[in-house]
Structures are given as C-alpha cells and as structure tokens.
Ligand binder design. Structure first.
Ligand SMILES: *[C@@H]1O[C@H](CO)[C@@H](O)[C@H](O)[C@H]1NC(C)=O
Ligand SMILES: *[C@@H]1O[C@H](CO)[C@@H](O)[C@H](O)[C@H]1NC(C)=O
Length: 464
C-alpha cells in the first residue's frame, strides 16, 4: 500500500468508482463533498462506501477493493421526503457473514426508513415519525458483555424526538427479507420492483421518546443504560440516558424509559413477516401498475411516546449545540457548537471535562491509537494488541484550518496535526464486529476521504 505522508496510509483510490460516485455528485465541481446534503458512510471494516445525495435522490454503494458498484434511486413518493441520513446495519451478528451480511439504511426528511442490500434491493421500508431524520446510528453494545449494557440498536434522531429499534428485532426482520429477496431473484429477477409499497413489509418494533422539553435538538444520541431512579425499582422498566444538543440548550440530558414487559416484538414479527411478499406481492403489483409512483395511502399514525424524564440542561445563549459524537463506551461525548467550540462531556457525571476553542465547522471522531508501541511490535512481529494497549483519542477535523488534530483523552496533549486537503471528510466504519474472542481487537479507526481525488486513507494507529 502506498504511503501518504507520515500519518496517513492510502487504502484505495476510488477514482475508478467515479462513474458510480458521479451519480451522487462526484466531479461536478471541486469540493462537492462539502455539501451538507451529501451523506458519505463507510461500511463495516471499511469494505464499501455508501454515498447518498438528497438533491439527486440517489444512493450509491461502491466496494473499496474495486469492482462494480450499485446506484439506487429510492422509490420515494411526494410525501416521503428526500434522503437526509445514511447508515450501515449488519444483517446477522455473525462474523462469517462476509460482504453479504450488511444492509444500508436510508432515512428521509419526512421520517421514512428504507433498507437496501449491497445489490440495491429494497429490504424494508417503514414510517418512523413524521419529521426529518437528522441522524441514524447503529451501535454495537454487546462489546461490554460483562455488564448489562443493552443490546445492539439502531437509533433515529429527529428534531426533539429519538426513536430506538432493537438490533435483534431489526436483524431478524432484515434477514428474513434478505432470504425472500434472494429466493425471489431466482424466480423473477424483476419482480422486486413491485414490492416498494410499505404494506408489503412487516413493521419493525420501535420506541419513540419526546426529548424537546428544553427545545428542539440538532443532534442527539442514546449514550447507554441508566440505573432506575430511586423508589422506582420495578424491573420491567429499562432506562437509557440520552444527550441532546441544539438551539435553546447547548446540552441537555434525559432519562428514556421503556417497559420491557409490554414488548411487541414477538407478535409483530410473526404477523408481519409471515404475510410479506408471497401473499401481497400480487396485490402490490396491481397498485404499482395503475400508478407509477408509490400509491398514496394514509400513512400509519406515529406511535405514542414512551416516558421521558429530563435530567439536566446547560443553556448558554447564543451558543447552539450542533453535533455530537460518542466515545465507544458512551462515557464521553464531543459536542461542537455554533461559536466554534468543542466541549468534551462526561456523560455519566454530566459535566464538561474539557473545552477547545477556534474550531468552526469542525467534525470530531473518537479514535484508538498506539502510543510508543512501535519498538515492541517490530521486535516481535506477531504481537497482537489488546484493547488495553490502545489509547483513546479525539480526532478533530477543522476544515477552515485545513487540518486534522489528534488529542489524547481525557486531558492529554495534542499528539498530531495533519494537513487535510479541502473537499475531504473524516469517516469511521459504522460497526466493527469486534466482539469475537478469536480475532484480535480491532481498534476504532478514522479514515479520510478526499472527494475530489477519490483517495481514501486511514490514520495510522502508531504514534511515537
Ligand atoms: C413534546 O414535549 C413538549 C414538552 O415537553 C411538548 O411541548 C410537545 O408538544 C411534545 N411534542 C409532541 C409532538 O407531543
Ligand atoms: C454511534 O454509536 C457508537 C456507539 O455508541 C458511537 O461510538 C458513535 O460515535 C455513534 N455515532 C454517531 C455519529 O453518533
């Protein structure tokens, strides 16, 4: 692999994929990736890149190792909105799943979620809540199997609302659709065109919470499980802590409660999936033929909100919280604001532990680095690094300064400053599948994608 400078290693030159990426706007003009309505997302183990464009209403998926990509034009009716978020979802939790075992989720600004295979087949479509999807995040929480850290989940952030979907429910549903798609492809290669109507899919159970007590949010995340409040020790309730950032409150925190005893999972899955394609596809075919765009039907009513309790809020007008990134364990959050500051928040204690100034339009990603480990690893080639060898850092991409900085957590020094060409974005593979005890620990990595040159590089994990 070609070296690129001292701290970045080139992984791929996606110029050969530019035919596909052009559908999402690549090459149209220099700096096309600076458009906030272009959504890049790196797949698990950085094997594929998804790129969506709201303006062009297109999703492109290109394999990093080369070969053909796929261009999807999501079938979105006039009331179903434009693409506003993209995320990768592992289909089945198994490590052996290979490249097939992933799906790409697309959210719209009217609150619809669509899931696609790598080949561009629609797996699932569901209305979540009638508002703009600001962020989709699939997180693996099973990593900390030694404590009840919850399960894998897909969280969906709207202005003032958070929805949450259990990873197992989601994967069960997607896996079944995936099998359906595969078997249908043998029968009739083109029949899947007819299944775009939501009624042909079951519903993935979700929970939604209203988190707008302190004002609507620009970004939010579920940071982990919380102990139950005092005097409320009933075990059927599970509580999450959510952090939101936004206009009126720079940072606020909520307890989200869900009643495990009223889980709808079993009922919905067995009813929904059993009836899926075989019985309904003929019906939806008729609807499709009579009206080329998805048929206008009354949209399912959003379900009612589960219980939310506000915990705390930090107001600091005129400052507005803009974006939020979580550390892998969820204990730290890096929050950017409208005045170019970056706040490091301890999400357990809900206190600010660090502040950087002068970083307008910055984006942050946590990353794990090896400090001063060079010598050891070269003397014993097969030394495998364990989680404990890595040091948690924060990578800050400051586009106005044209640099990426790497700071050691929580209070450590700045370790690196790397020049970063215009038109680039820092990216992180959505999931890591790192739980297997047989493979060595895969650290959290940061990639740099230069939209103009097509160069994808990874930040070297060794420092010093
Ligand atoms: C969410 O809660 C806030 C107050 O906490 C309330 O003003 C607002 O109407 C609620 N939103 C919805 C859609 O129910
Ligand atoms: C998604 O969740 C993971 C795990 O909780 C976290 O590390 C990551 O920062 C989150 N991503 C975003 C964009 O919030």
């Amino acid at each position: 692999m070609a070296r690129r400078g001292h701290h970045l290693t080139e992984v791929a030159l996606l110029a050969s994929a530019s035919g596909y990426l052009a559908a999402a706007g690549a090459g149209e003009r220099e700096g096309w990736m600076d458009d906030p309505a272009v959504f890049p997302s790196l797949g698990p183990r950085a094997r594929a890149l998804a790129m969506a464009s709201a303006a062009r209403s297109v999703l492109v998926i290109v394999p990093i190792a080369g070969g053909g990509g796929v261009t999807v034009k999501p079938a979105l009716g006039p009331d179903e909105g434009r693409i506003s978020a993209v995320e990768w979802v592992p289909l089945a939790g198994d490590e052996a799943g290979g490249d097939e075992g992933v799906a790409v989720a697309v959210g719209t600004d009217a609150g619809w979620l669509l899931f696609y295979t790598l080949a561009g087949d629609l797996l699932h479509k569901q209305s979540i809540y009638p508002a703009k999807i600001l962020k989709l995040n699939f997180s693996e929480r099973k990593e900390n199997a030694w404590e009840d850290s919850g399960s894998d989940e897909l969280s969906v952030v709207f202005p003032g609302v958070i929805a949450h979907c259990d990873g197992d429910d989601l994967q069960t549903m997607l896996q079944k659709s995936f099998e359906e798609v595969k078997s249908r492809m043998w029968k009739d290669k083109f029949e899947h065109e007819d299944a775009d109507d939501e009624s042909s899919f079951g519903r993935i159970p979700i929970r939604i919470w209203n988190v707008s007590k302190f004002g609507s949010c620009a970004d939010a995340a579920i940071v982990g499980l919380m102990p139950p409040p005092l005097l409320e020790l009933q075990s059927s309730q599970r509580h999450y802590c959510a952090i939101t950032v936004g206009e009126d409150a720079v940072v606020s925190a909520y307890r989200l409660s869900e009643d495990r005893s009223r889980s709808l999972v079993g009922a919905i899955l067995s009813r929904g999936v059993a009836a899926t394609f075989s019985t309904i596809s003929s019906l939806s075919k008729i609807l499709w033929r009579s009206e080329p765009s998805p048929t206008k039907k009354s949209r399912p009513k959003p379900q009612s909100f589960a219980k939310t309790s506000p915990l705390t809020c930090l107001k600091d007008t005129p400052r507005k919280g803009e974006r939020l990134t979580l550390s892998p364990s969820g204990t730290l959050a890096a929050i950017t604001d409208s005045l170019g500051r970056i706040l490091l928040l301890d999400t357990r204690a809900l206190v600010a532990v660090r502040l950087w100034k002068g970083y307008r339009d910055a984006s942050c990603l946590f990353v794990e680095m090896l400090l001063n480990k060079d010598k050891e690893s070269s003397s014993s080639m097969h030394l495998e690094h364990t989680k404990g060898d890595y040091c948690l850092c924060l990578a800050i991409h400051a586009p106005r300064k044209g640099i990426i900085e790497v700071w050691q957590m929580r209070t450590g020094p700045r370790l690196l400053t790397i020049p970063c060409p215009k038109g680039s974005r820092i990216l992180q593979p959505s999931t890591r599948f790192s739980s297997s005890q047989f493979s060595s620990y895969s650290p959290l990595e940061v990639y740099l994608f230069n939209g103009d040159s097509g160069q994808l590089s990874v930040l070297n994990r060794h420092i010093g």
